[in-house]
Design a protein around this ligand. Structure first.
Ligand SMILES: *Cc1c(COP(=O)(O)O)cnc(C)c1O
Length: 377
């Protein structure tokens, strides 16, 4: 596949392949793990960098009926891709955006009493009855009504004419199995779900699903795990890899022992060294933190099937890799180096970038040619 893509697209400096079948398989695995709860999908931030216009139809085909986005623009993209799905806007209702939401049948997840008052006014004025979600804070202190504010809605809920289709809260420490925050939040949300009885309740993100059945409630909202990120960082990754990223070798060159490589001259050749200069850099989302220096190791790339260490700092458009240990002529001008794939995971790269896999995905550059695999069945 790599060879043909290269030949067909010789000017592409990088090729980002996104496996829609792996995305669908990961979602189905999460759905099975959450039965009998409904499994939705978080597709905010352009489906975690994977492309909302391609990911949403693939997930809808796999059976997903509820999508979560952050913004109205994202809701618009999701609606275009999934005409019949429920679409929730996690960032809630921004002032004067009711009409736009109603026009695309998207539902805000109301995050404060101010928003609720404005939404109620909009619904009264226009007769819009498309419903809304409501967020109750149980420990994030980010969005959501306080527990006391939620309790003040009890008469409204009891009246039956409340207009809520979903109640959510969000876990702060779901990827830490033994965090005391988890039982504290699940306990608080259990009471909220009783208070909002008859309304679909949802707490778990990807990692929350793996905390056990008591975290599932009526619906789960995985994001990262769909895109191959490990939802159980303390154990092996149960998800399939989704991303393969290759970048072009522009040239190979020999440097003498004692020569330095790259900005800041941080890396010194300790032997006669052969380098591959690769056409990707921090402007493509390959973080500068992954560079190396004398005495500090950086990330690795795979060339001709072998791991090769990054030599020196990552530039805006270029990476240098030490290929001295490769067989003669194994790496040549025009070949591709693998930055993600062949055993190099998004989670590995996050470690070298000094961040989490989520940020690796949402930083994937716009200069790569994007190739989608699968998604037909
Ligand atoms: C992003 C987000 C999710 C999905 O979280 P993952 O950790 O990516 O599974 C679920 N719920 C809310 C409120 C979110 O903001």
């Amino acid at each position: 596949m790599t060879e043909t893509t290269t030949e067909l697209d010789p000017t592409a400096t990088g090729i980002l392949t996104i496996d829609l079948d792996a995305i669908a398989a990961n979602w189905r695995k999460l759905e099975k793990a959450s039965v009998p709860a409904e499994c939705g999908a978080a597709v905010k931030a352009d489906a975690y960098g994977c492309g909302i216009d391609r990911v949403v139809p693939a997930l809808a085909k796999a059976g997903c009926r509820t999508f979560f986005v952050a913004t109205v623009d994202e809701a618009h993209a999701a609606r275009t891709a999934a005409p019949d799905a429920a679409i929730y806007v996690l960032n809630g209702l921004s002032p004067h955006s009711g009409d736009t939401l109603a026009a695309i049948k998207a539902q805000p997840v109301i995050g404060s009493l101010d928003e609720l008052a404005e939404w109620d006014m909009f619904c009264r004025r226009t007769g819009w009855a498309g419903g809304a979600g409501v967020h109750v804070d149980t420990g994030m202190s980010r969005l959501g009504l306080s527990i006391a504010e939620a309790q003040s809605l009890a008469p409204r809920i009891a009246s039956g004419n409340h207009g809520f289709t979903l109640v959510i809260s969000h876990l702060a420490c779901a990827e830490q199995l033994n965090s005391p925050m988890n039982p504290k939040q699940v306990g608080a949300f259990r009471e909220i779900s009783h208070l909002f009885s008859g309304i679909t309740s949802s707490l778990a993100n990807s990692s929350g699903i793996y905390l056990g059945p008591s975290y599932m409630f009526d619906m789960v909202r995985p994001g990262a795990a769909i895109y191959g990120v490990n939802p159980t960082p303390e154990a092996a990754n149960p998800m399939l890899p989704v991303i393969d990223l290759k970048a072009r070798i522009i040239q190979t060159r020999d440097v003498a022992r004692g020569d330095t490589v790259g900005y800041g001259a941080t890396w010194t050749a300790r032997r006669p060294t052969r380098l591959a200069i690769i056409a990707a850099g921090y402007a493509d989302g390959y973080f500068r933190a992954a560079g190396s220096g004398d005495g500090t190791r950086g990330a690795e790339v795979v060339i001709a099937g072998q791991r090769c260490p990054v030599a020196g700092r990552i530039s805006m458009d270029l990476i240098a890799a030490d290929i001295t240990d490769l067989p003669e002529n194994a790496a040549r001008r025009g070949h591709l180096a693998t930055l993600i794939g062949e055993g190099l995971t998004v989670n590995d790269l996050a470690h070298h970038f000094g961040t989490i896999a989520y940020e690796v995905l949402t930083s994937l550059g716009r200069r790569y040619r994007r190739v989608y695999k699968g998604g037909e069945g």
